[in-house]
Design a protein around this ligand. Structure first.
Ligand code: SAM
Length: 265
């Protein structure tokens, strides 16, 4: 098992600092990859949630939590960052959907009893946390038998620390370099939503990243008693590529996201 240096306490501090700008920009729809690629595919994998009792693990300011609630699920969101939960609670007060929010790490879910949830959904959070193994143990415990764990992450094979694009003579992306795939050490990545109309002086997000290989993600699921039901590597549709030609590289050369559906045996 990899030993990381960045602690959960530091993860909390980084995401608290990110929370206001993150919340504002996500709610403006500036996370185009979420809107046009990640969410359509992820919610397709999640399927019908009507009347299901769902935990959103690493819910952030609750954007996807609210989508689940609007689709008829009874949702609880947990996040390690009080700043994120505060934003989520403000939006719940403004437009109540019956969502309960708790400040908690998904690697210690003692606030929930065994077998509490029909499904656990986690969007783009597990690669931002040091204790995937402990999270899986807790997910297994709080899921009902035959319950589903559905998560999205940055694709571990392509979104490595050293990734970069290869360009042809016209400057078009023609391939990807994915170096440092086996990296052991965690790091802080600074980034902005790349295609949003963000003012120059907006501070970037600083996000702790915890590298894992594909086999680490999958083998720990199996070790913790999950059965793999499906893996997806979504690609932007032809229509989306026509609307946003800069998305084409994720249709032609590499996958930006990976989605996993695993079931508690
Ligand atoms: C990229 S954001 C995604 C938020 C949300 N799921 C969404 O789709 O907008 C990652 C979130 O994971 C949360 N997070 C990181 N480590 C966590 C942990 N151990 N337990 C709970 N939340 C965690 C962060 O605070 C942050 O809100």
């Amino acid at each position: 098992m990899k030993k990381y240096e960045i602690t959960e306490q530091q993860v909390t501090e980084y995401w608290n600092q990110n929370s206001s700008v993150w919340s504002e920009q996500v709610e403006k729809g500036w996370d185009y990859y979420r809107e046009y690629l990640n969410n359509p595919a992820f919610f397709n994998l999640i399927g019908d949630v009507k009347d299901k009792i769902i935990l959103d693990a690493g819910c952030g300011e609750g954007h996807n939590t609210r989508i689940l609630a609007k689709k008829g699920a009874k949702v609880t969101g947990v996040d390690i960052s009080p700043g994120m939960i505060q934003k989520a609670q403000e939006m719940e007060r403004e437009g109540p959907l019956g969502i309960a929010y708790e400040i908690a790490t998904f690697s210690d879910l003692k606030i929930f009893k065994n077998c509490s949830f029909d499904s656990i959904v986690s969007s783009m959070a597990l690669m931002d946390a040091p204790h995937y193994d402990l999270a899986l143990k807790e997910f297994y415990r709080v899921l009902k038998i035959k319950g589903s764990l559905l998560f999205s992450i940055a694709h571990p094979c392509f979104m490595t620390k050293g990734y970069s694009w290869i360009r042809d003579e016209n400057g078009e992306e023609s391939g990807i370099v994915a170096s440092e795939y086996f990296r052991e050490k965690d790091w802080i990545e600074s980034w902005k939503f790349s295609k949003a109309p963000i003012p120059e002086d907006t501070i970037p997000f600083n996000v702790p990243c915890f590298p894992r290989t594909l086999s680490e993600y999958v083998n720990l699921l199996i070790k913790n008693g999950f059965m793999l039901a499906r893996i997806e590597e979504p690609r932007p549709s032809a229509e989306v590529c026509e609307k946003f030609p800069w998305m084409k590289k994720w249709h032609e050369h590499a996958a930006l996201f990976m989605h996993i559906h695993a079931v508690k045996e």
